[in-house]
Design a protein around this ligand. Sequence first.
Ligand code: HAM
Length: 418
Amino acid sequence: MDYQAPRGTQDILPEEQSYWRYVESKAAAIAARYGYSRIDTPTFEDARLFTRTVGEETDIVTKEMYTFQDRGGADLTLRPEGTAPVCRAYIEHGMASQPKPVKLYYLASIFRYDRPQAGRYREHHQFGFEVFGESDAAADAEVIDMAWSLYRELGITTLPVQLNSIGCPECRAAYLAALKDYYSTCIDTLCGDCKIRYGKNPLRLLDCKKPDCSVAASKAPHSVDFLCPDCKAHFDKLTAFMGAIAIPFEINHCLVRGLDYYSRTVFEIQPREEGAQSTIGGGGRYDNLIPQLGGEPTPAIGFATGIERIILNLKRQNIVVPALESPRFFLAALGEAAFIAAFKLAADLRRDGIPMFESLASRSLKAQLRQASGLGARYTLILGDAELEKGEILLRDMTSSEQRALPLDGLVSALKAL
Ligand code: HAM
C-alpha cells in the first residue's frame, strides 16, 4: 500500500465507534445538566491567536503548531487547543452582552506536532468547556465538579484532583523573582531546555519531567506562599468548596500547566494508572485572556479532556460501553422479479422511516441470512417470487428462527408495531 494515515493520526473504525458515541453522548448530557451550550469553531484560525495567548515560549507554539500560509498569504494554524478560539468567538459575536455566566462547550479535533505514542497523537479530540463572566471561586469549583463527574459517570477511576494557584500577574511577579533566585543556585543541574526556560519562562521550570529537573522543582518555592490577599482568599474559598462537595484533591506545587494564559486556579486529573501520558484532563482560570484579545475584562475558567485518553482508560479499566444499536430489519430477496421488487420495497420502507438493510445483489437465502445475522438484525424479511405473487412477505425472527407471512399491504404499520 502506498498510503497510510499520517503519523500520529488514527482512523476511527466502525468497531471503535461505540466508545466514541458513548463518550460524546455522556459529555453532551453532562454539559446540558450543568447549563452549557455547544459551540463549534473553525478547524483553523489566524496563527497569531495562538502565539499571543498560548504563549511564544510554550512547547505548543515553539514546536507543535501546524502553521501554513494559504494561497492568499494569510498565516493560519490548525487549532492546537480549544480555549483561545472560543474566546475569539465570544468577543467576535458580542456574547459579553448575554446574562453571565456564559457557559460554552465543544467537542473538537486538536492538532499538535507531538512525538506520537500511546495516548499522544498529532490529531486528537477534546471535550472542553468554558465559563465566562464569573470570578467567584464557586465557578472554579463547579468546573472541577463537572470534570470529576464526567470521569465518575464514565466509570473511570481517577487519582485526587491536582490543584494549584499560580496567582495573578501582580503576585506572580514576586513569585517569579523568588523562583529565579532559587534556581540560580542549581542552574548547573538543569537540562538544556530548562536553562533556556530559566531566562524566558521560569514558571515552566517546575513542569520539566527530567529526573534532575524534577528534583530541583521539588525543592523550589511554592506559588501559594506568594499569593496576594485576593488570590489567597480565592484559593481558600475554592478548597473550601471542594471540601463541601467532597472532591478529593491534592495541592501540587509544581503544577503550572503547559499554556501561558492561566491565572490563579490550575488543575489536572490523572487516571489511577501511572505513566508519562497519564493526564486525562486539565484546566484553569484565565482572567486575562479575553482582554488580551481585545475584549472587555472578563473573568473565565475552563477545562478540557482528551477523548482518545478517555477511551484508552475505559479499555485499560475494562469498562464495557453500550453497543451501538444493530439494524432491526434485513430484507432478503429470492428470484429475479422479487429482487427488483425487494429493492423498491426497501427504498419505500426507508422513506417511511424504517431502517432497512439489504444485500444489494442476488445471493442464496443462506448467504443473505448469514449477512443478516452478522449485522445483528432482529428480523429478516424474505421476499421470493412466490410471496410476491401472493402479495405477501415472510417475517423471520432471527432469535427464534420462527417465520410467518405478512401481507405486503399495510406492511409499514405491521413493522412499526413490532
Ligand atoms: P491541555 O492540557 O493542553 O489543555 O489539553 C487537554 C487534554 O487534551 C489533556 O489533558 C489530554 O487529555 C489531551 N491531550 C493533549 N495533548 C494531546 C495529544 N497530543 N494526544 C492526545 N491527547 C492529548 C488545553 O488544551 C486547554 N485548552 C484546556 C483548558 C480549557 N483550559 C481552560 N479551558
